[in-house]
Write a protein that binds this ligand. Structure first.
Ligand SMILES: *Cc1c(COP(=O)(O)O)cnc(C)c1O
Length: 359
């Protein structure tokens, strides 16, 4: 540890993203990026905005983009909060909503691992609640009466890395049982088949829904996410944001994201293509002997009863195919595999078939 560091730096547990190595015939199925590029209209809009205006600061409120998202989601523009990727929004949420002495944050043991990193960074008291044996979120664990209400509850829906989704009625039970806790539903993968909680916003002022353009709109490189919540919650997040960086979305990100939101036809077509490829991938992996959790995301979470996940991931790596393996209790026998194009899924399954036959 360096003598220049502030005291808390050594104790942080930074998030480890999937690797991005520069191998030429690499098949990257390890970070849940979209296999098709973004809408061509996004690229056109960014090109058209790439000029002298870059000397000017962007609109700090990103008004045009917020209004487009509000129209898409049928909420008011002042219920929309934007961030440089939804990870940044999550950081503000942990900082702004979950730091309450004596009132823990509740979250599943298996979920997006960044949540734990933010707990460390912002010293959020938290209680880890194990998923059920089938890796689903057990709603009753979040609806039991507590003497002191939790500061908040956070989970991804569909959950990551399991891909398993809760239905709207189950989310509503959690909201209803926790009127004094901020309930944050991270919907990074919701466009691939799960139900969004957005319609519940009108009735529950404790709900925060977070979405991203990184996955279903194929814009991981642009860094745009948004949260939807009641106006009071959004105002709290704005106070945090404007105490941190009042221009989180640059000019190009704002116009590119706006074009992506507007191109509904392209969005629909590419997300349906991913859903169809996922169903085929699940079927092929099942034939190869894998147990595949029921997924509504753009990835599958699968284990083979006769082969260690670590050795499978290494054998795939030798064939220049990257998948994600987590060295974490309960899930170390699983591989998380992003859904690629049908051709990419084919290459993956052929490689797996060869590896399984050899050992
Ligand atoms: C990918 C992902 C995010 C982060 O998305 P960005 O908008 O790219 O920061 C958030 N939550 C979950 C569960 C994710 O998988």
């Amino acid at each position: 540890m360096s003598r220049f560091w502030s005291d808390h730096v050594a104790d942080l547990a930074p998030y480890t993203p999937g690797e991005q190595p520069g191998i030429s015939d690499l098949l990257k199925l390890n970070t849940n990026e979209h296999p098709y590029g973004p809408s061509p209209r996004v690229v056109d809009a960014i090109k058209a905005a790439t000029d002298d205006r870059l000397r000017l600061y962007p609109d700090p409120a990103a008004t045009a983009l917020r209004e487009a998202i509000a129209a898409l989601c049928d909420v008011e523009a002042d219920q929309v909060f934007l961030g440089n990727g939804s990870d940044e929004i999550l950081a503000h949420v942990f900082n702004g909503l979950f730091r309450k002495a004596g009132r823990p944050l509740l979250m599943p043991d298996i979920s997006y691992s960044f949540y734990r990193s933010y707990c460390r960074l912002y010293q959020v008291p938290h209680e880890i609640i194990p998923l059920a044996a089938d890796f689903s979120i057990r709603v009753a664990d979040y609806t039991a009466r507590r003497d002191v209400p939790a500061a908040g509850i956070i989970f991804a829906n569909p959950n990551a890395p399991t891909g398993i989704a809760l239905g709207l009625a189950e989310i509503e039970l959690i909201l209803k049982a926790n009127p004094d806790s901020a309930v944050v539903v991270d919907e990074a993968y919701v466009d691939f088949g799960a139900q969004t909680a957005i319609p519940l916003l009108a009735r529950y002022d404790n709900l925060v829904v977070i979405q991203t353009l990184s996955k279903s709109r194929s814009l991981a490189g642009l860094r745009v996410g948004f949260a939807l919540a009641g106006k009071q919650v959004v105002n709290g997040l704005l106070r945090i944001k404007d105490s941190f960086n009042s221009y989180p979305l640059d000019r190009l990100a704002q116009v590119g994201a706006l074009a992506a939101i507007q191109d509904t036809a392209y969005f629909e077509q590419t997300r349906q293509a991913v859903i169809a490829a996922r169903e085929q991938l699940v079927a092929r992996l099942t034939v190869l002997g894998f147990d595949v959790l029921p997924t509504l995301a753009n990835f599958v979470f699968a284990r083979h009863p006769a082969h260690s996940a670590l050795s499978l991931s290494q054998a795939l790596r030798e064939r220049h195919i990257l998948v994600r393996h987590f060295r974490q209790e309960r899930i170390e026998q699983f591989l998380r595999i992003s859904v690629g194009t049908p051709g990419e899924c084919e290459r993956l399954c052929n490689a797996l078939s060869e590896i399984l036959n050899k050992h």
